[in-house]
Ligand binder design. Structure first.
Ligand SMILES: [Zn+2]
Length: 99
């Protein structure tokens, strides 16, 4: 039970309970983007249980555990993702991944 509480956050809304894996950490990284066909700034988010989420700060493309993800709402998803990565890069506290 203790382990469960440490790896999951749950919020209760009346009859509905939403649980999600905790965020383990974030990193900044320069990597090759297959959509941009160039080296770009990336944000990486690490969660319990799952592979890393990686987002290109130039085109907003997202990879989950190395897998290319389609956009559900192409324009707004792209803008939201780009903004997330830019915010991460603005925060100097996020460590850079060593190559
Ligand atoms: Zn890109």
């Amino acid at each position: 039970m203790r382990l469960w509480q440490e790896t999951v956050s749950c919020e209760v809304y009346g009859n509905l309970t939403i649980c999600r894996a905790n965020l383990d950490g974030v990193k900044r990284k320069i990597d090759w983007c297959y959509d941009c066909k160039g080296r770009r700034r990336f944000g990486m988010w690490f969660y319990e249980w799952y592979g890393a989420r990686q987002i290109c700060g130039n085109c907003g493309r997202r990879w989950e555990d190395g897998e290319w993800m389609p956009f559900s709402w192409p324009v707004s998803d792209r803008q939201d993702n780009i903004e997330k990565v830019r915010t991460l890069w603005r925060k100097s506290a996020a460590p850079k991944e060593k190559p």
